[in-house]
Design a protein around this ligand. Structure first.
Ligand code: 4GX
Length: 235
């Protein structure tokens, strides 16, 4: 997979990538992530990426020209992107199904918005999908882009050593994960469930399945109700 991140804070995104977001993926050469400084695609002396909003109001809006030039330069260098994703609270909520879909794409471009957002013509004519990582307001799309990249890159074949761990983890089958334990068997008066020490693999598997269902009922009943697509409504 080829991924390009467009941002006005390239050092922030580089730092997270260097610290290991998708580190194994890049080590193994299955993923090639490049960070692009949006200001490199401006043509004025001040490297301007924003401007005042038409119609007035507070804040600034990201100008369309640098974003179009950036995506066109990436397309020329890497080939036409399979998806151009804009990180925005106006987008569709990011979930594991979306991560799986994006992990199957050849070339991904992620745009990190700042300020009040981007000129709507970017959303209409350049972006292929808008994604939100959740219903809260951040200062920019950099952290959301890193969240999406982290979730996507680990699903690219050849990234996670044990393919089984990707299949059996939390959300596989739409359920939460079962509880995990390691040594010691007794810690500050709290014991590891007897069944896990039994060596009885079939029984352990049954116990874990039951735990997953129980946990999901208690903590995330929405996952069992089949309304994965509906957020909880306010008011
Ligand atoms: N999940 N933000 C983006 C600026 C912005 C606004 C509109 C484009 C269009 C966020 C989130 C998020 C704050 C990133 C506003 N850019 N992004 N930024 N939640 O809160 O993705």
């Amino acid at each position: 997979m080829i991924a390009d991140v467009i941002t006005i804070f390239p050092a922030m995104v580089e730092a997270a990538l260097a610290a290991g977001v998708g580190g194994r993926a890049r080590e193994r050469g299955v993923v090639d992530v490049k960070v692009r400084d949006l200001r490199d695609y401006t043509d004025d002396r001040h490297r301007t990426v924003d401007d005042v909003p038409y119609g007035g109001g507070p804040g600034m809006v990201m100008k369309p020209e640098p974003l179009f030039r950036a995506v066109e330069a990436i397309a020329a260098e890497r080939g036409a992107p399979s998806a151009v994703v804009l990180m925005t609270p106006q987008g569709r909520r990011f979930d594991q199904a979306t991560a799986i879909r994006l992990s199957q794409l050849e070339r991904l471009v992620l745009i990190c918005g700042r300020y009040e957002g981007v000129d709507e013509r970017v959303a209409e004519s350049l972006v292929t999908e808008e994604i939100s990582i959740g219903d809260y307001v951040l200062t920019g799309g950099e952290l959301p882009a890193l969240v999406v990249l982290d979730a996507v890159v680990r699903l690219v074949p050849g990234v996670v050593g044990d393919a089984g761990s990707v299949e059996t983890e939390s959300f596989a089958g739409g359920l939460l994960d079962f509880p995990h334990y390691t040594r010691p068997a007794s810690f500050r008066g709290r014991d590891v469930p007897e069944v896990l020490l039994s060596g009885h693999h079939a029984e352990i598997a049954r116990w874990r399945d039951a735990q997953r269902v129980e946990r999901t009922k208690r903590r995330r009943p929405d996952l069992l109700k089949g309304n994965h697509h509906e957020g909880d409504r306010n008011g």
